[in-house]
Unconditional design. Sequence first.
Length: 164
Amino acid sequence: MDDLIFRPARPEDADAVYSLYRSLAGTPYCAWDETYPGREHIADDLAAEALCCLCEGADVVAAAAIRRWKEHDAYSFWSDGMKHPCDLMRFGVARRLQGRGIGRRFLRCLTEEAGRKGYDGMRILAAETNLPALALYRKAGAEKRGEVFSYGIHWECLELRWQI
């Protein structure tokens, strides 16, 4: 898997990212459904220059957004130590590559990119039923800060912190 390239997503990646997200919806552990994430989420993430992808040749094999999501600011359990956090959103890895360390590699790339953008940490909402995602984030050093029911889902709320 040395031929994987991390980069910001481009407008021409929108269809590939949408296909990736659709392929994951409804799979075991995944909280996504037939409407989420949709094309409007991808367009919004692209417009915010927040969407990143991991590519194998011309194929997008992982995608996620890193951006500040103001709705999450309202949760009182976030630590005071982060002054400029981003939120990790819509993190997905192609099913054929799951369980091969690609998620760990992609998350590392995303945290490095977030640091370059000036963020000092990352807030993550992971469905409490998404055991592989929770394990990935915990192994990366994320700490649980709370739980919330939002968007019709029970979430564990975690954060990763670093120095910029």
